[in-house]
Design a protein around this ligand. Structure first.
Ligand SMILES: *[C@@H]1O[C@H](CO)[C@@H](O)[C@H](O)[C@H]1NC(C)=O
Ligand SMILES: *[C@@H]1O[C@H](CO)[C@@H](O)[C@H](O)[C@H]1NC(C)=O
Ligand SMILES: *[C@@H]1O[C@H](CO)[C@@H](O)[C@H](O)[C@H]1NC(C)=O
Ligand SMILES: *[C@@H]1O[C@H](CO)[C@@H](O)[C@H](O)[C@H]1NC(C)=O
Ligand SMILES: *[C@@H]1O[C@H](CO)[C@@H](O)[C@H](O)[C@H]1NC(C)=O
Length: 401
């Protein structure tokens, strides 16, 4: 009898062990992994000396499991949920006594004092957004007070679709937010936002101040979130909440693209120079960036990228110090990967024409032919959307300024 019990016990143990092994094996070798780039140390050889204990080379799994630094091969896949759940961000006191630091404008001092704090907890999350077959994820940078812009986007270019045809999956939309930048706005707006999120379920919110210089935080928080929750999403459109987007044109553009491509398309600037005039919104002091020009980058108003590139971008950005201008920072991450962003005429995020009074700014046929056009207030967006999608006759030929 006891022998029989032992045998049963043994076989149960054995099959359990087998099950665990098979699960680990399967999870560590999902098809996606082959599309992903190697972990950061091999992405950027010059930084390879950095210790990176948690990043096990997946290739070493078969060879020398005992030499691996981390206990399980799962570690190379990163966390399965948002793993930051406390805010522990204290001022970097190392800087305060440096003369160059004291000579900086207050907002640069604030930026540098908290630059080392990279990730914050989530206040509103939607892990289910990427469930199923999602072809295009539309993500929109927004701030807590701009609910009217979000509302206009939901009614227009942010409308979700269950399928876009030709075997392609769904289009889903999310808004990316931090917390209210003004103390007096915080309690009141936070409740409204929570209510808005209960209605629509489309808000991702992290616990950092939504300030101009923290937009880079929004960028890296989204990339980390995407890496965790969206392993199968094909493409991402990322944009501002004050642009006009033409989804049919985006989908047409993507039709013959592959999600594995190094696709990063937008309104690309080459050899842009850091602005040194102090009264400019984009002013950057020499101590923060001393080179004469930026790497190529796409204007943050709206750009398209492939899902697999976004996952690699997340790791590339993690090797860099934060830079206060978010779209330039993404250009720096792309440079780490050796990926060139591609310029496309249909992305007009730096303005349509130098002439503000150009009739192009009001011309629905022009908007219909574009992929992204900056800047419209919610009422203008709704009106233009109505015109573009109403019965509009446009000549085939369109002059682009
Ligand atoms: C926070 O995260 C740590 C490690 O990731 C975990 O041990 C801890 O239980 C978490 N705390 C809460 C309140 O979720
Ligand atoms: C927060 O950071 C401080 C200093 O960096 C450290 O002393 C403290 O233990 C940390 N607290 C938690 C909860 O991690
Ligand atoms: C401050 O300097 C110490 C010693 O060089 C270093 O260990 C620490 O990481 C620095 N703190 C920050 C926030 O960079
Ligand atoms: C960014 O957000 C963090 C967390 O809320 C805050 O401590 C920091 O001051 C903010 N930085 C800027 C430049 O606004
Ligand atoms: C276009 O709109 C006008 C006015 O609303 C209407 O009279 C006309 O029949 C419409 N044309 C088509 C092709 O729908």
């Amino acid at each position: 009898m006891s022998l029989w019990k032992k045998t049963v016990y043994k076989s149960v143990c054995l099959s359990l062990a087998l099950l665990v092994a098979v699960t680990v094996f399967q999870r560590s070798l999902t098809p996606n992994q082959f599309l992903q780039a190697p972990p950061p140390p091999t992405l950027e050889p010059q930084k390879a000396q950095k210790p990176s204990g948690h990043l096990v080379n997946p290739n070493s799994f078969w060879k020398n499991p005992k030499d691996a630094v981390a206990p399980t091969p799962m570690a190379s896949r990163g966390p399965q949920t948002w793993d930051i759940n406390i805010t522990n961000c204290s001022v970097n006191v190392n800087l305060t006594h440096q003369p160059w630091f004291q000579g900086l404008e207050p907002h640069f001092r604030q930026f540098l004092s908290y630059r080392h704090c990279r990730y914050f907890p989530m206040l509103l999350n939607h892990p289910e957004k990427c469930h199923g077959d999602v072809y295009l994820l539309v993500v929109v940078k927004s701030v807590i007070t701009q609910h009217d812009r979000r509302e206009a986007i939901r009614q227009t270019w942010g409308r979700e679709q269950e399928t876009v045809g030709r075997g392609r999956g769904a289009v889903r939309t999310l808004f990316l937010l931090g917390t209210a930048s003004k103390q007096e706005e915080r309690a009141h707006y936070q409740q409204l936002l929570a209510y808005e999120d209960r209605l629509y379920g489309d808000i991702l919110q992290w616990d950092f101040l939504d300030s101009f210089f923290n937009l880079t935080l929004k960028e890296i928080h989204f990339l980390k979130w995407f890496d965790i929750y969206c392993p199968k999403v094909h493409f991402i459109f990322k944009g501002d909440d004050d642009v006009f987007v033409n989804p049919p044109n985006l989908l047409e553009f993507l039709a013959d693209r592959q999600p594995q491509e190094d696709l990063f398309v937008g309104d690309v600037l080459q050899h842009a120079r850091p602005i040194r005039k102090k009264d400019n919104k984009y002013y950057i002091p020499g101590v923060l960036y001393s080179k004469a020009s930026y790497p190529p980058y796409a204007g943050g108003g709206g750009f398209l990228m492939a899902g697999s590139l976004a996952r690699r971008l997340h790791h590339a950005c993690d090797t860099l110090e934060l830079y206060p201008i978010d779209d330039v920072f993404l250009g720096m991450c792309l440079e780490v990967l050796g990926v060139q962003p591609t310029a496309h005429e249909g992305f007009k995020t730096f303005g349509i024409s130098r002439n503000r009074n150009s009739r192009m700014n009001k011309e629905p046929c022009f908007f219909r032919s574009m992929l992204v056009v900056h800047k419209l207030l919610p009422a203008e967006l709704l009106a233009m959307w109505g015109l573009v999608h109403g019965n509009l006759t446009c000549s085939r030929k369109l002059q682009v300024l």
